[in-house]
Design a protein. Structure first.
Length: 446
């Protein structure tokens, strides 16, 4: 059996690994990647002589996919967890504790955001359970439309936007409730009488289990292990330019002919490849918009008296260029013993990618200046790294789940062709790994 996996991000690497594990030496496997490296939007650089993740740095630890992969690959000793410190929110020129017991920043009541929003907003939230709730059962709307209508604009910009900016590099206006918050959509569909009640029902039960996980030496360890275990013929720096059907199954130019193909490429790339063989699927996928971002990693002198928090998220409308600061040396115990204090500074939200065009020196200077502002310290960096992610994260707009369901129906009519990637079932690393596994399983079944 000859299979091509196009795209060597985590989705494609997992698909390749699963296929090899199932078919062994009987599989002729080609893995094509247009960039000059594997990993996609996962990338581990070197900051002050130490590994530092410049894409995703953490994964949802309560999902099983990544711990299971680490165990399968003999990498369980790489699994680490945060120290449990809470982040702050920078709003109104001051730092506030991140509200507790919220669902992606949406609070279950006014007490959670006291001090972060004004008194009229708190009063509005307190009265919300008594107001009629308009929710289109089975439908969708943006997170901003729902929360602003029920709790007010300040809750959206000061509590919800900072969380969504970290997960999707988007805003509450660009993200739909049903895709980003399925548990909330389910409680609303079930007839919750208010947003306050719906959030209370949708919140997960309290748990002492770590919410997030990471890798001691960065994601490069996992990426290399997946590549080694999959043992593909690796075509680095090779872009797929056309996809056609033939007697064998599929042809991808300039890679060759295959019995099956997994497209683990970003939505625009997959759209172009599908345009001839599946025009309706291409139209559906073409409606998925992307957000760009940039990460600046700083090595600060040690000891630098940074706040004893995991990070600082920035509310919408603040006169800062950065959207978030991860105080990595505080957040991760395994980074605390380094000779320098590592910090990650993030830039860019959906519709605002100005920072990506700035020269490295300007971006680093903005990172240091904004970090100095939110910490009240006069800071300097001993070393810095910049990584830009153009079109790195798909936006889960209202109606996204329906779009993907329709896309799945179209792809199901094309035996031997499967899709994988962040635009399908979630932007997180576990969700991407799950999409790669699912694509491989469907090929094996068919």
């Amino acid at each position: 059996m000859r299979v091509a996996v196009v795209g060597a991000g985590i989705s494609g690497l997992v698909a390749a690994y699963r296929l090899r594990a199932a078919l062994g030496s009987e599989l002729d496997l080609v893995l094509a990647e247009r960039r000059d490296r594997i990993g996609g939007t996962l990338h581990t650089g070197e900051l002050a002589g130490e590994p530092m993740d410049l894409g995703a740095e953490a994964f949802v630890g309560r999902r099983p996919e990544i711990p299971a992969l680490l165990d399968e690959l003999g990498l369980s000793d790489q699994l680490v967890h945060p120290a449990g410190k809470r982040p702050l929110i920078w709003s109104g020129g001051a730092a506030h504790p991140l509200p507790e017991r919220t669902l992606m920043g949406i609070p279950a009541g006014p007490d959670a955001v006291a001090g972060l929003v004004d008194e009229p907003t708190l009063q509005r939230m307190a009265a919300e359970p008594g107001l009629p709730l308009r929710w289109p059962s089975g439908g969708d709307m943006s997170v901003a439309d729902l929360v602003a209508d029920r709790f007010g604009e300040q809750v959206v910009r000061r509590s919800v936007d900072p969380l969504l900016g970290g997960v999707y590099a988007g805003r509450a206006d660009s993200i739909g409730v049903r895709a980003a918050l399925p548990a909330l959509a389910a409680t609303l569909d079930a007839g919750a009488p208010s947003l306050t009640d719906a959030i209370a029902r949708a919140l997960p039960p309290p748990s002492t289990a770590p919410v997030f996980g990471g890798l001691r030496e960065g994601y490069r360890v996992l990426l290399r292990a997946l590549r080694s275990a999959a043992a593909p013929k690796l075509e680095i720096g090779t872009s797929a330019t056309a996809l056609t059907r033939n007697a064998r199954g599929w042809r991808i130019d300039p890679i060759g002919e295959f019995d099956a193909v997994v497209l683990a490429t970003p939505a625009p790339v997959s759209t172009d490849l599908l345009r001839t063989v599946a025009p309706r699927a291409a139209r559906l996928l073409g409606g998925v918009e992307l957000s760009s971002s940039a990460v600046v990693a700083l090595a600060l002198p040690k000891p630098t008296p940074l706040p004893d928090n995991s990070g600082i998220l920035v509310a919408t409308g603040e006169p800062l260029r950065a959207k978030a600061f991860t105080l990595s040396g505080r957040k991760w115990p395994h980074l605390a013993d380094r000779d320098s204090m590592p910090v990650r500074v993030s830039f860019g939200r959906f519709g605002d990618d100005r920072a990506l065009s700035w020269p490295d020196e300007e971006l680093i200077a903005a990172a240091v200046e904004d970090l100095s502002t939110v910490t009240g310290l006069s800071l300097r960096a001993e070393a810095a790294l910049v990584r830009r992610w153009r079109g790195g994260l798909p936006q889960y707009a209202p109606g996204h789940t329906g779009r993907i369901a329709a896309l799945d129906e179209q792809i199901a009519e094309l035996p031997g062709l499967e899709l994988a990637g962040a635009y399908l079932g979630g932007v997180g690393v576990p969700a991407c790994a799950a999409s790669g596994t699912a694509a491989a399983q469907r090929i094996l079944e068919r």
